[in-house]
Design a protein around this ligand. Sequence first.
Ligand SMILES: [Fe+2]
Length: 135
Amino acid sequence: MAILKWDEKYSVNISLIDEQHKVLLKMINDFYDSIQSKSNNELIGELIRKMNDYVKFHFSTEEKMFQDYNYVEYYNHKKEHDEFIDKVTDLDRRFREGKIIVSFEITNFLKKWVIDHILKSDKKYSLHFTKMGLN
Ligand SMILES: [Fe+2]
């Protein structure tokens, strides 16, 4: 069962970014499902690694847009991205080293961070970019 469902209220009105956010939500759902169904560590580890890669790719898409369109909040926003990358990278490393057992607590952290980030920080740039004609 999905713990995260796409909702129009998450839209930043830029289709490329919305599509990437949907992929991210799906990855968190897959991660949650894999824990719930007690999948083997190999599969869970692969999902964490893929999520880590995708988060980096997605953030770099946003950051390129910030630079291309001179977004004033670039540094503050990038700082949030970097902190999240550190968390996911740490999760990836600790899981591979067998130092943590994945849990619903981790899933909830990922879910909460992504939703809060979309609703607060991403929504902020949405207005800026849509005014400039991006969609
Ligand atoms: Fe962002």
